[in-house]
Structure formats: structure tokens, C-alpha cells
Design a protein around this ligand. Structure first.
Ligand code: UD1
Ligand code: CA
Length: 456
């Protein structure tokens, strides 16, 4: 059966106290709405509509995609009104699934069971859950035969109804034709003066239809109304990610202190120490160890790579057996060859470092191509920027650069070149030779320091 999904995302989210529409609040680095769209797409819907209102333009821009049909609800007159805006163009024969843009953890498996149930019985099917404290939610009212009769909103509920702990998650599925008919009959004569989507339940029952319920885990259907709830969902989501990583053979020293904000894959026996933050696309080989307090974005690390604590890697490709850090900063375009070593307080940008080369201490290497087996001394700086242009440095194989050297680009050091410590290299250094720029050392015999009191 063809499926149309409608995501409600027009509300303001007042309790977030934010200048940004609520559905754009980030969970694991992605907008709440983006999570919902991901789950929705796993059902391969024939139509995917998102109802927008508050901050419509920014919501649309940040989640723009070819498969999304944006529907504007100019005034937020209620959830029923919102769904109605998206129904034109939806064939009567479609199944409709209604989702909320601020309920991000719902899984596609749960959604599929909701749709399947609705389609097989051609009826309205609600996703419900149970809550110890149901305050604020619509209550599921059942008859003596346990059939669903109505949803009553908190503000419209009687004392007895408020005691009901089964609540409406807001997510539901129904045949499009019937939903359209019921919504046309929904009025706004209630405590909030809104057109409630939930009122379709009583209308369906009045039509002699059965209304089915699918019960979900409360953790999965929790919504975000304020920042405290957002933080709770973030932890829940991160727990899921840590568990997935562990199931794939990764040691996670503390699942409560790992944040994965993007896609992550790792080979067996890799290890993530505490307070590691992973963003974007992270791919680790086998036996990779990421030390405590490291931040990685868009990185590919080969087998056996070690990243020692407090390192920051962004847009980096690293071959097997490399050691990085502690306190290294590797910026986009850095590629490290097998067995290379990058030590503390080293910054590298847009550079290729050859096999087994070492930059162990306090250096800046930018816009550089470096061969194999190079040793870069402490305090070496590539002066790659003249204030306007970036220039390239080329370093051959087996080069030795003494400490505290400036390599003023564009410049080239030939294979096997040695650069004396403290040099400022402005011209190419030939292969196999010692090149240095250094004022000759002298000693002034008999020189004495000035003394206090005027006496020499
Ligand atoms: C709604 C349900 C309630 C349920 C609860 C679960 C109704 C009348 N009530 O209540 O039974 O327990 O969700 O969280 O449906 N929205 C629009 N346009 C509107 C109004 C809302 O797009 O005109 C969107 C909001 O952005 C939000 C969702 O619909 O994503 C739910 O709206 P909200 O105002 O939070 O509904 P509740 O009053 O919480
Ligand atoms: Ca809500």
C-alpha cells in the first residue's frame, strides 16, 4: 500500500526559549527534524511532507532535500489543522503516517508496525505509551471492552480521565480518505480553541470504526519541549551509539562519556577512552586507540593508530601504525603515511607526511609535501603565508631538519639534506648536504657584566 508521511514541525517551541525554531535544535549535532526525516525515509514513503510555520524559511533551508514536500501552515491553529494542510494531493488510497518533528528517537521499526497495523485493518492506529506521570499529555480513553474511544487533552480532561496513565504520543496512522473526512468534521470548541488531530478518534468511533493502539517504549517516543528534555534525549541517543560501538567490538571505557555526532565505524579491538567527541564521518581501522579528551571530525585512521590524549583532528587521513599526540592539532588536508609520528604541540595543515617521518615536538607544518624517514626538529616552522598568498614547502626523503628552523616557502629541501639548527631557510637546500644559516659563534674574552653601584 502506498504511504504518505506528514511531519508536523510548525510549532514555535516557546519553552526552549530560543531564537531558533525548535525542530532545528541539535541532537548529536543534527537537527531534531533531520533525525525524524531519517527514520521516515527508512519506510520508503511515496510522499514525504513537512508542515512548517514558525521559522519556516530556516527550517526549509536547513533540511532541504528533493524528496521533501514543504507545506506552510501560516497560523498554528492546532495539530488537526496542521495535518489538513498536507492532505491535498494525498490520494485517498494512501496510508498516512503522522510524525512530530520534535520526537527524534522513534525507530523506523516502530513506525513500520504502526503503518502495517493501520493498513491491514484499514483503521486509525495510534502510537501510545505509558507514563507514571502523564501530566500534559492527551489521555487514551478506553471502553469496557478495552477498545479506544477517545483521546482527551489534559486541559479538557475530567479528574478521572487525568488518572489514566496511557497517553497519546501524537504519532498515528490512518487511511488518507478517512482521515480527510474526519478532519473536515473536527471543530475547535475546546479549552485551547484549536483544531485537535486527536478529535479524529471519537469521530472514527462514531463511524463504527475500530481504533487500534500500538504501544511504544516511552524512551523512544519522548518529545522535546525544553532544553532539559533535549539533554536527556541526547544522553539516551549517545547511549545507543555507545552500545552499537561496543556490539561492533569497540571498547568504550565509559559509555556515558562518549559523544558520537555523525557516522562512526571501527574495526575490532579499537578503544575509545573517556570524553572523546567524534563528529562527521569517522572511520577507524582495527586496534585504533583514541585517548582521553580527543576531538575528531571527518577522520579516517588505519589499523593500530594511536591518538594520545587532548588531540584535535579535523579532516585527517592516517595510515596504519601512526602515533599522534598528546596535544596535537591536525587540520584539514593532513595525510600521515604509515608509521609516522606526530608529537606534542604540533600543528599540521594541508600536508602529506611520508612513511616513518617524525615531527615530535612544537612545530607548525603547513602546505607541505614531506617524504619518508624525515626527522623534523623541535620548533620547526614552515612560513607558508606572506600575508596574501600561501606557498608550498617540499621536503624529500631522509631529510633532517635541526631544531628551531624556519622554512620560508616556497622552498625545497632535497633528499638526504641536513639543515642546521636555528636556520632560516629561504632558498632551496641541495640533497645530501648540510645547509645552515647561522651567525658564527664568538666569545668576547674579558667582557664583564655591568654592576650596580657604578663600579666596574
Ligand atoms: C499533542 C497531542 C497530545 C499528545 C502530545 C504528545 C493534540 C491536540 N494533542 O499535544 O494528545 O499527548 O501531543 O506530545 O494533538 N504543531 C503544528 N501545528 C500546530 C500545532 C502543533 O505543526 O498548529 C506541531 C508542533 O510543532 C509539534 C506537534 O505538532 O511538533 C505537537 O504539538 P504540541 O503543541 O506540542 O501538542 P501538545 O499540546 O503537546
Ligand atoms: Ca509537545
Amino acid at each position: 500500500m502506498a504511504l504518505g508521511i506528514i511531519v508536523l514541525a510548525a510549532g514555535k517551541g516557546t519553552r526552549m526559549r530560543s531564537g531558533r525554531p525548535k525542530v532545528l535544535a541539535p541532537l548529536a549535532g543534527r537537527a531534531l527534524l533531520a533525525h525524524v526525516l531519517t527514520a521516515a525515509r527508512e519506510l520508503s514513503p511515496d510522499l514525504l511532507s513537512v508542515v512548517i510555520g514558525h521559522g519556516a524559511e530556516s527550517v526549509r533551508q536547513s533540511c532541504e532535500a528533493e524528496d521533501v514536500r514543504w507545506v506552510e501552515q501560516r497560523e498554528q491553529l492546532g495539530t488537526g489543522h496542521a495535518v489538513q494542510q498536507a492532505l491535498p494531493g494525498m490520494p485517498d488510497t494512501h496510508s498516512v503516517l503522522v510524525l512530530y518533528g520534535d520526537v527524534p528517537l522513534v525507530t523506523s521499526a516502530t513506525l513500520q508496525s504502526l503503518v502495517d497495523r493501520s493498513a491491514s485493518e484499514s483503521c486509525l492506529t495510534l502510537l501510545t505509551t505509558r507514563m507514571d506521570n502523564p501530566a500534559g499529555y492527551g489521555r487514551i480513553v478506553r471502553n469496557q471492552g478495552n477498545g479506544i474511544e477517545a483521546i482527551v487533552e489534559e486541559r479538557d480532561a475530567s479528574e478521572a480521565q487525568r488518572a489514566i496513565t496511557e497517553i497519546n504520543t501524537g504519532l498515528m496512522a490512518a487511511p488518507a480518505g478517512k482521515l480527510r473526512r474526519w478532519l473536515d468534521a473536527v471543530g475547535n470548541n475546546n479549552a485551547q480553541g484549536e483544531y485537535y488531530l486527536t478529535d479524529v478518534v471519537a469521530l472514527a468511533v462514531a463511524d463504527g470504526e475500530t481504533v487500534a493502539g500500538v504501544e511504544a517504549d516511552p524512551a523512544e517516543v519522548a518529545g522535546v519541549n525544553d532544553r532539559a528534555q533535549l539533554a536527556r534525549l541526547e544522553r539516551r541517543y549517545q547511549r545507543r551509539q555507545a552500545e552499537a560501538a561496543m556490539a561492533a567490538g569497540v571498547t568504550v571505557l565509559d559509555p556515558a562519556r562518549l559523544d558520537i555526532r555523525g557516522s562512526f565505524s571501527a574495526g575490532e579491538d579499537s578503544e575509545l577512552d573517556v570524553n572523546v567527541v567524534l563528529e562527521g564521518d569517522i572511520r577507524l581501522g582495527k586496534r585504533v586507540r583514541i585517548g582521553a579528551h580527543c576531538h575528531l571530525r571527518d577522520c579516517e585512521l588505519g589499523d593500530g593508530v594511536q591518538v594520545l590524549p587532548f588531540s584535535h583532528l579535523d579532516g585527517v587521513k592516517v595510515a596504519a601504525g601512526v602515533s599522534i599526540g598528546p596535544y596535537a592539532r591536525l587540520r584539514p588536508g593532513t595525510e600521515l603515511g604509515e608509521g609516522a609520528r606526530v608529537g606534542n604541540f604540533v600543528e599540521i595543515k594541508n600536508s602529506r607526511i611520508g612513511v616513518d617521518s617524525k615531527i615530535n615536538h612544537l612545530s607548525y607544518i603547513g602546505d607541505t609535501t614531506m617524504g619518508a624517514n624525515v626527522n623534523i626538529g623541535a620548533g620547526t616552522i614552515t612560513c607558508n603565508y606572506d600575508g596574501v598568498n600561501k606557498h608550498h614547502t617540499t621536503i624529500g626523503d631522509d631529510v633532517f631538519v635541526g631544531s628551531d628552523t624556519q622554512l620560508v616557502a616556497p622552498v625545497e629541501l632535497g633528499d638526504g639534506a641536513t639543515i642546521g639548527a636555528g636556520s632560516t631557510i629561504t632558498r632551496n637546500a641541495p640533497p645530501e648536504q648540510l645547509t645552515l644559516t647561522r651567525v658564527r659563534q664568538q666569545t668576547l674574552r674579558g667582557w664583564r657584566r655591568p654592576r650596580k653601584g657604578g663600579q666596574n
